[in-house]
Design a protein around this ligand. Sequence first.
Ligand SMILES: [Zn+2]
Length: 65
Amino acid sequence: MRELDCAEARELASDLMDGELSADEAAAVEHHVATCPTCPALYRAMVSVHSQLLVQRPSAGPVPR
Ligand SMILES: [Zn+2]
């Protein structure tokens, strides 16, 4: 598996949240986040921002009625 540096991991993480990565790329990002001392906090912040964006975008998911 290719080792990512932090800048690459962050770029790929945003693509990962958009569902645009292959399984290999997604695994590389997860491996980096699991082994890097600084990325987990950043990654969690990105995930939380991203899920808020999804909530604000009504067309992104099923609308409960
Ligand atoms: Zn990192």
